[in-house]
Design a protein around this ligand. Structure first.
Ligand code: DGY
Length: 328
């Protein structure tokens, strides 16, 4: 029996690739070349499955050029790189990698927020530049995290993980905004209080963004929201580029209208708005919130589990559009 052909669109752990090769004819990308949309579509010709990351765009044009495609397995929890409706209309299964990265990403979000509040990156750059000549009472004075008000926009799994760290580890008062309120049984142990979006920006000492990207969330945080924030507040984004208007944020940081920001994701990444590179009061990291060895391996394994199940008659563990499975 001929084995299904799949494309692994980016470099991945050799062990995961080896496992995929036991099930499929695998075309891979060991040099981790970033293919253009046309090249990606070309490489998918004749493939039943695609193993992709958040950097590969899967849209209607790509699907129409590859009608044999049956499964697109994302090695990421976010799937805004994939037109899920277009996949569902064509009977193509989409999967993602939830849960396995929740705690790791929450760790990183919390760490970034602390780094911004306590001006760690600024202090480090100052020291490395050889500018540290004496101790001074007001040198790099930031704002406290313990006991402060933590405002979380997007209270899903990762948002709740950050809230847990804040409430239980640092005695923070937690407020959050989400389209729907959480069950009181989830809110109560965290002392978390739902507020409207403007109240969140007005009251929080530290705002952390963890909401999924959708066109409706584009520039959910722009000049208007930033203007509501306290001048001492910080803004952390571990969600997706495009949720924050990076140009507006760079200007607010330059004018010190808020104290600091911390960003792991950017509009149009890996490009970074030049205004953000010029201001000292922002911590910048290259989309690494889920990047521990164990978690990246768990994500890679889960994406592989999904692809194997999808194309060998199994039950994919984490489908995004499970309704497609019913039609098979
Ligand atoms: C995710 O899983 O969505 C992370 O952003 C890594 O891409």
């Amino acid at each position: 029996m001929t084995r299904p052909a799949v494309l692994v669109a980016r470099a991945v752990f050799p062990e995961v690739l080896a496992r995929l090769r036991t099930h499929f004819e695998v075309d891979d990308n060991p040099d981790d070349v970033i293919w253009s949309p046309g090249e990606l579509s070309q490489r998918l010709r004749g493939k039943a499955g695609a193993y992709v990351t958040g950097s590969e765009r899967v849209d209607a044009a790509l699907l129409d050029a590859n009608p044999q495609l049956r499964a697109v397995c994302n090695m990421a929890v976010g799937y805004n790189n994939i037109d899920v409706d277009a996949c569902t209309e064509r009977g193509v299964l989409v999967t993602n990698t939830p849960d396995v990265l929740t705690e790791t990403t929450a760790d990183f979000g919390f760490a970034l927020m602390m780094a911004a509040a306590r001006r760690m990156a600024e202090g480090e750059h100052y020291l490395r530049a050889g500018r540290w000549t004496k101790w001074r009472y007001d040198m790099f004075t930031g704002s406290d995290v313990h006991g402060a008000t933590l405002g979380i926009l997007g209270m899903g799994r990762i948002g709740q993980g950050i809230a847990r760290r804040g409430a239980l580890g640092f005695g923070m008062r937690v407020i959050y905004h989400n389209r729907s309120r959480l069950d009181p049984a989830v809110e109560q142990p965290l002392g978390a209080r739902w507020v409207d979006k403007d109240t969140l920006f007005r009251e929080a000492d530290h705002v952390v963004l963890v909401l999924p990207y959708s066109p409706a969330a584009h520039h959910a945080v722009g000049a208007r929201e930033i203007a509501l924030m306290k001048p001492t507040a910080t803004l952390t984004n571990v969600a997706r580029g495009g949720i924050v208007d990076d140009a507006a944020l760079a200007q607010a940081l330059r004018e010190q209208r808020i104290a600091a920001a911390a960003l792991d994701v950017f509009e149009g990444e890996p490009k970074v708005h030049p205004g953000l590179l010029e201001v000292p009061n922002v911590v910048l990291t290259p989309h690494i919130a889920s990047a521990t060895v164990a978690t990246r391996r768990a994500m890679a394994d889960l994406a592989a589990d999904n692809l194997i199940a999808a194309l060998t008659g199994g039950v994919p563990p984490t489908p995004v559009n499970p309704q497609v499975l019913g039609g098979r």
